[in-house]
Design a protein around this ligand. Structure first.
Ligand SMILES: [Zn+2]
Length: 392
């Protein structure tokens, strides 16, 4: 894994175009990214950030100058948000290799959804450490990309939705600690960013926007749910297409952001909103997600870009590799080099049927765009969002 510091000469290699004020982008990762976790039959057992790192390597988009290594968040750091009893229970259960039934009930881990597996505590604490580091790097005026982050369902005192801790909360917390007075959080994962919304429910320094599939777990984040006035929820219908995402960005998300005038932005960019994901039914192309991230973070100010969900290893690896390419100023190739195609062809996934695997997932990085009609329910959602948040 990359060096924790680097010479200025190396940093120049991953600089963006000189016209972009905020350079260079940095990639935050750890050795955990290369190791499978969760156990064999879990949806998160697929190669994820490891495949992204391999693809970026095959494209020549990774060097030590752009890489930063996550550290493990300490217990005193974790308990700035999480309940000390929960942190201790996860650490002790991991060490013992078993979970007491009362602990399982109380803290939501040691079940199929949030299994206890060897190293779970350190792995989860490293995701938090990576997001704290990403925030610190962003404070230097950079875009920090931490695809192993984005565990947006983690709660103060329990695991939820494959998330043990809530690393986005720590990225936001670190920015606030540094004295930033307005931080925007935008969640593009297919599931509602419930844990982040709950964590900052009362905090006027934070605005939380979540675009997610309606009627899907965790069944929160309804259009009328504004929390204590600081949350904007946009639950979208199945089949949500590129034109509809652009429509919501232009009519609600960007005006909402502009009215708030954030000093820093944190984005969770799960890939489960892409067409082909086995756990949701949205239908975006990766290109529109890359555009959305770039539009939301803008050209200046601290920006942290996290990963999140995503259960199709091909669409995930292509999306986050291309996202890193865009954030670090690379040209996206029309056709992938043979070494990159080989990496994609080697991936496997029990949740995606063989006949649903698109040949283009092996050969290209960018999807063909997926425009479509902007349905009345999406227009109505936008009107509701604008009215709720006083956007003219
Ligand atoms: Zn998700």
């Amino acid at each position: 894994m990359g060096a924790s510091s680097s010479s200025p000469a190396l940093l120049v290699q991953c600089s963006n175009d000189a016209a972009v004020a905020r350079v260079p982008a940095l990639f935050v990762a750890s050795d955990f990214c290369r190791q499978p976790g969760f156990g064999k039959h879990h949806p998160l057992s697929i190669p994820r950030v490891s495949a992204v790192l391999e693809l970026c390597g095959a494209l020549g988009w990774i060097d030590d100058g752009c890489m930063r290594t996550s550290r493990v968040a300490s217990v005193p750091e974790l308990t700035k948000f999480h309940d000390p009893a929960y942190v201790e229970a996860l650490q002790a259960s991991d060490a013992a290799g078993c979970v007491d039934p009362a602990v399982r009930e109380r803290h939501g881990f040691g079940n199929f959804e949030n299994p206890l597996f060897p190293g779970v505590f350190e792995r989860a604490a490293t995701a938090v450490g990576g997001s704290i580091l990403a925030a610190e790097l962003a404070l230097e005026g950079r875009v920090a990309f931490h695809p192993a982050g984005g565990t947006h369902h983690g709660r103060r005192d329990r695991a939820s939705g494959f998330c043990y801790f809530n690393d986005p909360v720590f990225a936001l917390g670190r920015l606030l600690e540094a004295g930033i007075s307005r931080v925007l959080y935008v969640d593009l994962d297919a599931h509602h960013g419930d844990g982040v919304q709950e964590a900052f429910l009362d905090d006027p320094r934070v605005r939380v926007v979540s675009i997610h599939e309606q009627g899907r777990w965790p069944h929160s984040g309804a259009a009328d749910d504004v929390g204590h006035g600081y949350a904007c929820n946009l639950p979208v219908p199945a089949g949500f297409n590129d034109s509809e995402l652009d429509y919501l960005l232009e009519s609600v998300v960007l005006p909402f952001a502009a009215a708030f005038a954030p000093e820093a932005v944190v984005v969770t960019c799960g890939t489960d909103a892409l067409a082909g994901d086995p756990l949701s039914r949205l239908a975006l192309s990766n290109v529109v997600l890359w555009d959305a991230v770039e539009r939301v973070i803008g050209d200046t100010g601290p920006a942290v870009v996290l990963g999140g969900g995503g259960y199709n290893p091909w669409t995930l690896a292509r999306c986050w590799t291309g996202l890193w390419g865009r954030l670090s100023g690379r040209d996206i190739p029309d056709e992938l080099p043979a070494a990159a195609q080989k990496i994609l062809r080697s991936l496997e996934c029990d949740l995606v049927e063989d006949e649903d695997v698109d040949e283009a997932w092996f050969r290209t990085l960018a999807d063909v765009p997926r425009p479509g009609t902007v349905r009345e329910e999406v227009k109505s959602l936008a009107r509701r969002g604008r009215a709720l948040h006083g956007l003219a």
